[in-house]
Write a protein that binds this ligand. Structure first.
Ligand SMILES: [Zn+2]
Length: 233
């Protein structure tokens, strides 16, 4: 009778040691061809079980912005991210939206620069998974002060949402001049750049505007794969 607890205790000790070894060996992947994880904002993964809901500060904002997500949502779902477009909700200024919510607002020049919008990702501080966040679309797009070409309009709405899900700009110093420049991103043979390329990537045609490229989809899949290696369900 005395020996059995001793054996159990030894087995538990071995398990603990193994778990500790595995934890220290976990490596997340943060960059690939045409995609980059938003480690600068402390996000390293997308929790596979997380339901994301896009919400809006007002009906007017929903009417102006939600339509531009139509091509991207089915692709995001197909990549394995649970995301739907929801309704209106109020979020206190400067606060994260409730867990899983991506809250879309209109703000005049949120980055202090004409034509630039801003995404504020929030994350789970225990495991660095994408939590949701706030999107501040530059109000100039909608009131005539800075009308964007139609394709850019589609792409910028998806771009900001992908920031909140955990993707950064994949710009790289392709020409090795020491500077990572605007628009300096890998491209397809048809010269299409990742939607996450800064300041403006994505397809330019009416058929494909607002769609993720394979680069961006690979980025989302990498965020989900990171959750798997981290043991995040
Ligand atoms: Zn951006």
């Amino acid at each position: 009778m005395l020996r059995r607890p001793a054996i159990v205790a030894a087995a538990i000790a071995a398990t603990v040691a193994l778990t500790a070894t595995q934890a220290s060996a976990v490596t997340v992947t943060t960059v690939g061809s045409g995609w980059k994880v938003f480690t600068a904002k402390n996000v390293t993964s997308i929790k596979p079980s997380q339901q994301y809901t896009v919400t809006f500060e007002s009906t007017a904002t929903k009417n102006l912005t939600a339509k531009y997500l139509a091509q991207a949502v089915p692709q995001i779902n197909a990549a394995g991210v649970k995301l739907t477009v929801g309704g209106v909700e109020t979020v206190a200024a400067g606060k994260c939206a409730p867990r899983g919510h991506i809250h879309v607002t209109r703000v005049y020049q949120p980055l202090g620069k004409k034509g630039f919008s801003r995404a504020l990702p929030c994350y789970d501080t225990t495991d660095n998974s994408a939590f949701g966040g706030i999107v501040q679309m530059d109000s100039e797009y909608y009131d005539g002060r800075n009308t964007l070409p139609t394709a850019n309009m589609w792409n910028v709405h998806v771009h900001e949402m992908l920031h909140v899900l955990g993707l950064d700009h994949p710009n790289v110093d392709l020409n090795r001049d020491g500077t990572v420049a605007d628009y300096e991103c890998v491209q397809t043979s048809y010269k299409n750049k990742p939607l996450m390329c800064s300041p403006s990537g994505g397809y330019k045609t009416a058929t494909n505007q607002g769609k993720l490229l394979a680069y961006d989809i690979n980025g989302l899949k990498a965020l989900l794969a990171n959750a798997k290696v981290q043991g995040i369900k």
